[in-house]
Design a protein around this ligand. Structure first.
Ligand SMILES: [Zn+2]
Ligand SMILES: [Zn+2]
Length: 244
């Protein structure tokens, strides 16, 4: 099901909902996820400059490298996706935020993580994706966690960028191990063939949304399926990159 970007936006809210939101915002102001001061976007201007960025990301895979063009790994493997935005290193305090989001069900942290992306995203929306596609969880993990963190991050991106999100187009056929827990040589095998599409893809330009890009194998496998079904411009957006 494709959900329009307007859901949850103040401009589309009924008047009663706007009033409730105003009261709730006054009683429970959104706070910076790092320092705790009231802050509308979830990361304040004082904390943002102190976060660790990928110094010189490869435009294709997002990993740090020092040369020109794309990194050696991308030149050899030729990923299925065209560009990556994953601007911040998987390091404290952001790594702790992701851990709290995924393993302690602090869903409110999806907002500041999406905010991190929005600060950097302008060059990546010059050719605006037609659809945001969150990386799907296997049903068993979705039931265990209660939500998909990639969908929660994508929800804010959708609202801010006015791009639809499709939460159910893709699915995970089987359970996979967390990529970060595996040695590099096992990561591709772990995700090969694990994604499927429930219905035809009707757009050409998409952005895959994840919380953390580890080796890029997960995004690459999902991109392979999307490209097979007609996508010809595929971006990968995630707030954090592990630089492995
Ligand atoms: Zn702060
Ligand atoms: Zn690369």
């Amino acid at each position: 099901m494709i959900a329009g970007p307007s859901s949850g936006q103040p401009r589309s809210m009924p008047r009663i909902d706007r009033c409730v939101k105003t009261v709730l915002d006054a009683l429970y102001p959104i706070r910076c996820a790092i320092c705790g001061q009231a802050e509308e976007t979830g990361i304040c201007a004082n904390c943002l400059p102190g976060l660790q960025r990928i110094a010189k990301p490869c435009p294709r895979c997002g990993a740090n490298f020092s040369g020109l063009g794309t990194c050696g790994s991308c030149q050899i493997s030729n990923p299925q996706y065209d560009a990556t935005l994953a601007p911040f290193r998987y390091a404290p305090p952001l790594s702790g935020m992701v851990h709290q989001l995924k393993y302690h069900r602090r869903v409110s942290l999806a907002r500041p993580l999406a905010t991190l992306l929005l600060h950097e995203i302008a060059p990546f929306t010059q050719v605006k994706p037609q659809l945001l596609i969150p990386v799907p969880l296997h049903l068993s993990r979705l039931i265990w966690r209660g939500f998909n963190q990639s969908i929660e991050i994508a929800r804010y991106l959708s609202q801010a960028l006015d791009i639809p999100i499709d939460r159910t187009l893709t699915y995970r056929k089987r359970r996979t191990q967390p990529q970060a827990a595996l040695r590099a040589k096992y990561r591709r095998r772990n995700v090969t063939g694990c994604f499927g599409l429930r219905r035809p893809l009707h757009v050409k330009s998409v952005a895959i949304i994840d919380d953390v890009i580890t080796s890029g194998e997960t995004v690459n496998e999902l991109a392979r399926v999307l490209r097979k079904h007609g996508a010809n411009l595929i971006q990968a957006w995630a707030p954090l990159h592990t630089e492995l």
